[in-house]
Design a protein around this ligand. Structure first.
Ligand code: SF4
Ligand code: SF4
Length: 599
């Protein structure tokens, strides 16, 4: 049946069509919808889970694959760093059931710390990588990836990028049926136990396999040489779509080399391509991976090849590409008439302005404010982490001094404290991030006698990626009720003496609790527990009694709630945004903020 699918949905349904039996991942934009679609569309025979982090997900999948199951692991590009420990070993050990690692890269970056390129990581890990150019191809390619995975006994990566993950296309999806049972784990310690001698032997096999796979990929149907014009274009991923649009109507001028397997690079096909063109332009987002392969290859050719791309500054080295950017580069490189005029958007309404601030009523605002009040006048540092609460850096809160990677706020605060013992060091971490990679940092702090105050911002969900459940929510990805892991109990269990849970919207109590934590030494923790406003029913909005408002602006100056603004001499609340959280009422010196019926 034909369905309109996002790239991530297409990949998920492709995996179901391939008979995936175990799927695990950690949410991260732009990859999140793959696992959610798998869980929602499975007809049975599938175990799908949000693992606590990508490392756990990779290891769960590896075990299932050892037992013969087809497995899928999903993550965003920086998640691959977390999963790299098992990946850099399972590549040596190999697998039995096909194992596909779906990694979504984020050119821009739009919602990530960095522009890391998974194709480079794949070559580093010696793991074959498939690079889809459209949602339709994601559906087909993931099925082919399982075949290659099992043919070569290796995990393979299916790499996608934001514009493919989140753009839609019509895909013909067959009726999905539940897969059968896996063969089961067959004990063989000489195969599954990664002793140094085994790795030595398997390293030789990995290196030898590169050449075999390169040849195999030279006849892989999705790697193509299209056309026979004098000007060469090499491209991969979504850039292939941009190239098609940029050369529309002028295809005769170009020979296009579409690269869907950047590692191992299909060298013999690339030689054939290079032999037919005089000069080549390379279009790819993120790193110059295809470009470097072609430059390297051209050094072995008899005739000199000119290759224009990121290395020659002919193509932007950072950010996303577009059809217009490709058209412009082609016209500059080849002098072709390929400029694409921007389309008029006059008829479209203006996009509403939404500055990057915490939502109106977000409990994190109250948590940051309580800490700010409690630490006022102190030489304090505030180490943040990855989540919507990174937005606590915005004025007027200004409560995020550092943000590095998942879990780093806990450990960076320790480092600053060791280097500068006369400071008070706070670490802010969300509940999902705490489970993903915060716990080990707290153990490190307890063991190494750090002096930090851990502030857990527990909003009972993984908010930033779309409200996925986690071990603290008591619900699994498949919707089953499960054991709820208590953050306070975990902290006390690993030796944190002061660990108290408090509602941040009770401002007086919240400030008083943080002050008591400051008065102690060692590792102390305050868990601010209040659900995300996107998952709880809102209270009635508050209003301001203009007669009593003295226009002091304290509410606006100190909180920065987007529902508040000045209306002439008085403050005003936008009742379409206000959730009635009550924080501003606790800050106002005149008591002029309240519920409508109380006026
Ligand atoms: S009660 Fe005040 S602080 Fe809370 S959402 Fe409404 S305006 Fe913002
Ligand atoms: S803090 Fe109270 S008195 Fe001051 S501007 Fe806001 S609503 Fe008015």
């Amino acid at each position: 049946m034909k369905e309109l699918l996002m790239g991530n949905e297409a990949a998920a349904l492709g995996a179901l069509a391939a008979g995936v039996q175990v799927a695990a991942g950690y949410p991260g934009t732009p990859s999140t919808e793959v696992l959610e679609t798998l869980a929602g569309r499975s007809t049975g025979g599938l175990h799908a889970e949000w693992s606590v982090n990508e490392k756990a997900a990779m290891e769960v999948a590896a075990g299932a694959s050892y037992a013969g199951a087809r497995t899928l692991v999903t993550m965003k590009q920086v998640g691959l760093n977390v999963a790299s420990d098992p990946l850099m070993c399972v590549n040596y050990v190999g697998i039995k059931g096909g194992m596909v690692v779906y990694v979504a890269d984020d050119p821009g970056p739009i919602s990530s710390q960095t522009e890391q390129d998974t194709r480079r990581f794949a070559a580093y890990a010696k793991v074959p990588v498939f690079d889809c150019t459209s949602p339709e191809e994601a559906f087909e390619m993931i099925q082919e990836a399982y075949t290659y995975s099992e043919k070569y006994g290796t995990p393979v990566i299916l790499r996608s990028t934001t514009r493919i993950c989140h753009s839609c296309a019509v895909v013909d999806v067959p009726e999905l049926t539940a897969p059968g049972r896996a063969e089961g784990f067959i004990k063989d310690s000489r195969r599954w136990v990664i002793f140094p001698r085994l790795s030595y032997e398997n390293k030789k096999k990995l290196v030898a396999r590169e050449k075999v796979l390169s040849d195999d990929f030279s006849s892989y149907g999705r790697n193509e040489i299209i056309g026979n014009g004098p000007y060469g274009i090499a491209c991969g991923g979504v850039s292939f779509a941009y190239v098609k649009e940029a050369i529309l109507g002028k295809e005769d001028l170009f020979t296009v080399f579409k690269v869907c397997t950047p590692y191992p690079f299909p060298e013999s096909m690339a030689r054939k391509f290079l032999s037919g063109v005089g000069k080549t332009a390379v279009f790819e987002e993120l790193d110059p991976v295809i470009e470097d392969c072609l430059i390297s290859l051209s050094g072995t050719l008899e005739h000199r090849m000119e290759i224009a791309g990121k290395r020659t500054e002919s193509v932007p080295c950072a950010g996303e590409l577009s059809a217009a950017a490709v058209g412009l580069a082609l016209s500059e490189i080849f002098g072709t008439d390929t400029l694409i005029q921007p389309r008029s958007c006059e008829e479209q309404p203006p996009v509403p302005v939404r500055p990057p601030v915490l939502c109106a009523g977000c409990p994190h605002r109250a948590s940051f404010y309580a800490v700010k009040k409690a630490a006022a006048g102190m030489k304090a540092n505030f180490c943040g982490d990855i989540g919507c609460y990174t937005l606590g850096n915005a004025a007027p809160l200004d409560m995020v001094d550092t943000c590095l990677c998942m879990g780093a706020g806990v450990t960076a605060a320790q480092g600053i404290g060791h280097a500068e013992p006369d400071t008070v060091n706070f670490s802010f971490i969300g509940d999902s991030t705490f489970f993903a990679s915060g716990i080990t940092g707290v153990v490190n702090a307890v063991y190494n006698k750090a002096d930090i105050i851990l502030i857990v911002l527990d909003n009972s969900t993984t908010a930033m990626t779309g409200h996925q459940p986690h071990p603290g929510t008591g619900i699994t990805l498949m919707g089953d009720v499960t054991e709820t892991v208590s953050i306070e109990a975990v902290l006390k269990g690993i030796g944190v003496g002061f660990a108290e849970t408090v509602d941040p919207l009770d401002l007086k109590k919240a400030v008083e609790t943080v002050k008591r934590a400051i008065d102690q030494t060692g590792v102390r923790a305050v868990i601010f527990k209040s659900p995300c406003i996107a998952i709880v029913k809102h209270d009635k909005p508050l209003i301001i009694n203009a007669d009593q408002c003295i226009g002091c602006r304290k509410c606006i100056r100190e909180l920065g709630c987007p529902a508040m603004s000045m209306d002439g001499k008085h403050a005003a609340i936008d009742t379409s945004l206000c959730t009635g959280c009550g924080l501003c009422r606790q800050v106002c010196p005149t008591g002029c903020i309240g519920k409508e019926e109380a006026r």
